[in-house]
Design a protein around this ligand. Structure first.
Ligand code: RTP
Ligand code: MG
Length: 137
């Protein structure tokens, strides 16, 4: 099943010089292709569209602040079962609970600064691609 997913390398990944390492893990998966890639800073409106499902939760405002604290790398990745696959490469939300070998498990410690976002369903992927790459919708 060929799919596409929207990936963000969060400001901590950019600040720590981990974007190459993370992109490399994605690129090495057989048959997956990066079809869009951009370094950009996110304004409040874009972030609210992206993380609106979490509005009202205690972590929402600190998450907004963190995601606006520096540039992110936004990517579209396409390929076989790529939605589940990138979530698996990333590991669970809490980096301490994430297995070593996963991106969050290898490089993360605190929940908010967990390095990577990846769409969690086909519906989310289509919605998020429209936010970050409107020309590719
Ligand atoms: P993402 O949306 O970024 O791919 O992460 P996710 O699906 O694994 O986790 P989600 O529940 O959607 O949460 C979005 C992001 O909010 C931050 N967060 N902080 N308790 C906390 O402090 C907390 N919980 C979540 C993380 O950056 C998480 O990835
Ligand atoms: Mg999520």
């Amino acid at each position: 099943m060929t799919q596409r997913t929207l990936v963000l390398l969060k400001p901590d990944a950019v600040r720590r010089g981990l974007t190459g390492e993370i992109i490399s893990r994605i690129e090495r998966k057989a048959g997956w292709q990066i079809t869009a890639l951009e370094l950009r800073s996110l304004d409040h409106d874009t972030l609210e569209q992206h993380y609106g499902e979490h509005k009202g939760k205690p972590f929402y405002e600190p998450l907004m602040e963190f995601m606006a604290s520096g540039p992110v790398v936004a990517l579209i990745v396409e390929g076989e079962r790529v939605i589940e696959g990138v979530r698996k490469l990333a590991g669970p939300t809490d980096p301490i609970a994430a297995e070593p070998g996963s991106i969050r498990g290898d490089f993360g410690v605190i929940v908010r600064e967990n390095l990577i976002h990846a769409s969690d369903s086909e519906e989310s992927a289509e919605r998020e691609v429209k936010i970050f790459f409107p020309g590719r919708a």
